[in-house]
Design a protein around this ligand. Structure first.
Ligand SMILES: Nc1nc2c(ncn2[C@@H]2O[C@H](COP(=O)(O)OP(=O)(O)OP(=O)(O)O)[C@@H](O)[C@H]2O)c(=O)[nH]1
Ligand SMILES: [Mg+2]
Length: 214
């Protein structure tokens, strides 16, 4: 199945919904960013339990998927990472509560390029104070850099600290059936968003208004 088949969906803004545990239901919106071939679509489809065995096609533009996480609705924006598409990333930053930044850890030759795009994203004011999960993807490959190596090579700590971005880096792979590493990363991202929900929700509403007056 090609990634272009999934339909675009925007988060619902219906108030007053409750999850199974009786708590208020969040409509979380996340953007998945990173260079082409990093594994973004594979990750989104893995989380949606829809990863086809035959693999995925490069994303041309924008796709999205809706999943349930801890009883909350999560819309995952899957943005193409090709050089001609990266320019659209910034158009989605205002409306997201958090970001998943995917790096192909098995491709050291492109780490510098990924670090450059990462820095540009982090410097965008719509991203400041929003939780960011960095996935060091393709960790199943022998040549994959470790979380520590990527942190050093991409100067991650300095960039996220300067821009006030709560961050976790997690080695991940879409090749295991249980998707344990992805679930671990998402657990952290969900907790970070949940613990700051009221502020993030207000912030996103304001950021969306700000984009309209710009
Ligand atoms: N070995 C391995 N390969 C992976 C993994 N995740 C994705 N891939 C492969 O990497 C290639 C690119 O994956 P995509 O999910 O299309 O990458 P993308 O980041 O969405 O790329 P664009 O849509 O072009 O931006 C595909 O051949 C995937 O099968 C992983 O964890 N391990
Ligand atoms: Mg893709």
């Amino acid at each position: 199945m090609g990634s272009s088949e999934s339909k675009s969906q925007k988060p619902s803004d219906q108030p007053g919904c409750f999850n199974k545990s009786g708590g208020k239901k969040f409509d979380i919106c996340l953007a998945t960013l990173g260079l082409d071939n990093a594994g973004k679509t594979s990750i989104v489809l893995s989380l949606a339990k829809e990863l086809p065995e035959e693999g995925v096609l490069p994303t041309v533009g924008f796709d999205s998927k809706k999943i349930m996480l801890h009883g909350h609705s999560v819309t995952l924006y899957d943005l193409g990472g090709g050089t001609k598409i990266r320019g659209i990333w910034k158009n989605y930053l205002a409306e997201v509560h958090g970001i998943i930044y995917v790096v192909d850890a098995s491709d050291p030759a492109r780490v510098e390029e990924s670090a450059k795009e990462f820095k540009t994203i982090c410097q965008n004011t719509f991203v400041h104070y929003k939780p960011m999960l960095i996935l060091a993807n393709k960790s199943d490959k022998d040549e994959a850099l470790s979380e520590y190596e990527l942190t050093e090579r991409m100067d991650l700590e300095e960039i996220v600290n300067v821009n006030h971005i709560p961050t976790k880096i997690q080695a991940s792979t879409t090749t295991t059936k249980d998707h344990k590493t992805l679930k671990e990363g998402m657990k952290w991202l969900y907790s970070a968003i949940e613990s700051d929900w009221e502020t993030l929700e207000e912030r996103v509403k304001q950021d969306i208004l700000d984009t309209k007056v710009q």
